[in-house]
Design a protein around this ligand. Structure first.
Ligand code: ATP
Ligand code: MG
Length: 408
């Protein structure tokens, strides 16, 4: 939890270094946290084993050890006033070690819940009693007996590993019991959840930031499109037409309840589906949460007066959280490594052409190897309204060889 006394940015009287914030993990989310913290006058130390990690290369200090390395963790504690995490799979035990000596936000318990789908869905079920927004019907599969007792109504379904899944990895769609058994074998019989496969009408996410005092602020509901299990596009509209107003209010209330029940401190993203349930409006279902800023909130850097990364800094440092204002419509396109390949040959995307378009903000994460499916960067298009932002984003997507996304 954040300490009661704020960690003020900038020079510290009598000290030879500025106030320093730490982050576990060196990926792109850590890199954007580093940028936001440094802009405000903090130094940042990153712990990540990769010697050329995106965040490590941007940080003031890079501790290149494993996440559970005692010497590395000791160095991070010695160097930093407070510590956050940029990915949910950081070992919870490492966060517990850090939390014994420094404010850590989000706390080890919240991260532990988010990194295990069984704990996460159990938490969602509990919160649903108050919010009315439940997860997809699911069951835990941890042994052969549980596999045999799967109720018929969960099939067709999606089998997901309880831990370490991301970008659709560790998931297998199954039609029937035979396929389910095969899929569990293919996942090496690790603990899993089986979820009913739902007919999705739309996907949304909510990002909030919550302080140690329990006050929270949030961004508007974001609409997301996935391709091959990976987020492809996020749209957000200041005029609120990205989603029906009821979904926004329900999703916000559900996300706040989920955060409050965890005594959450920091930035939290909660993903939702709107599913067909035979009614004219459909039904809101909670999918999963990320205990950190989220890919669907990258537009906040360019389209809001305070970004999700600045709110992560503020929540960690115990500084005030102000309600963010979306000042532009935005469309965010993920730039996967595929953009660097054409017809099986390496290829340089024509950034000079893309940057002729109005309202285009290019973010590349400093990764040196462009592999298909790898998140290399993102492009945010801002405009006065969503149709204008879409028109520019579609043009950029076409020039970059990206498939168009359906808009309905
Ligand atoms: P990430 O961490 O990148 O958000 P993930 O690997 O943790 O993704 P999920 O969010 O659980 O995985 O699922 C990825 C995508 O698969 C969802 O955004 C959705 O498009 C689809 N999906 C997941 N669960 C279901 C479901 N029960 N029914 C239908 N579609 C689903
Ligand atoms: Mg997801």
């Amino acid at each position: 939890m954040s300490g009661a006394i704020p960690i003020l940015p900038g020079p510290v009287p009598g000290a030879s270094r500025p106030a320093t914030l730490g982050v576990m993990g060196g990926g792109q989310l850590g890199r954007m946290f580093v940028h936001a913290a440094q802009t405000m006058g903090y130094a940042v130390a990153v712990l990540d084993p990769d010697p050329v990690s995106p965040a490590g290369r941007a940080a003031d200090v890079h501790i290149a050890t494993g996440y559970e390395d005692e010497a590395g963790l000791a160095q991070l504690m010695q160097r930093c006033e407070a510590i956050t995490t940029e990915f949910e799979n950081v070992p919870a035990a490492a966060l517990t070690t850090l939390a014994a000596q420094r404010p850590v936000a989000p706390g080890p318990h919240a991260v532990a819940v988010a990194q295990d789908r069984i704990a996460e869905k159990t938490h969602f079920d509990r919160c649903a009693a108050h919010t009315g927004v439940a997860p997809a019907p699911w069951v835990a599969i941890t042994n052969a007996e549980a596999l045999a007792q799967v109720p018929d109504r969960l099939l067709p379904g999606i089998l997901k590993t309880a831990r370490l899944g991301y970008d659709g990895k560790g998931q297998i769609s199954v039609e029937d019991r035979a396929q389910l058994a095969q899929a569990w074998d293919a996942l090496h019989r690790v603990p899993c959840v089986l979820e009913q496969r739902l007919a999705l009408r739309a996907e949304y996410s909510v990002i909030l930031a919550r302080g140690a005092d329990g006050q929270s602020v949030h961004y508007p509901l974001q609409r997301n499109w996935h391709r091959n299990g990976i987020l492809a596009v996020t749209e957000v509209d200041p005029n609120g037409s990205a989603a029906g107003p009821d979904w926004a209010a329900q999703a916000m209330a559900a996300a706040e309840a989920i955060a409050a029940a965890l005594h959450y401190v920091g930035v939290l993203c909660v993903e939702f589906f709107v599913v067909d349930d035979g009614s004219s409006t459909g039904r809101l279902v909670v999918n999963e949460m990320a205990p950190r800023p989220h890919n669907s909130g990258h537009y906040t850097i360019d389209a809001c007066d305070v970004s999700q990364f600045e709110l992560q800094v503020r929540a960690l440092a115990g500084l005030p959280l102000t309600a963010p204002r979306l000042h532009s419509a935005a469309v965010m396109l993920n730039l996967l490594g595929d953009c660097w390949w054409r017809d099986g040959q390496p290829h340089s995307p024509d950034w000079a052409r893309v940057l002729t378009l109005p309202g285009v903000h290019l973010h590349l994460y400093g990764k040196l190897q462009a592999r298909p499916g790898r998140k290399m960067g993102h492009l945010t298009v801002t405009a006065t309204d969503l149709p204008r932002a879409r028109a520019v984003a579609w043009q950029a997507a076409q020039w970059l060889g990206m498939a168009p996304w359906p808009v309905s």
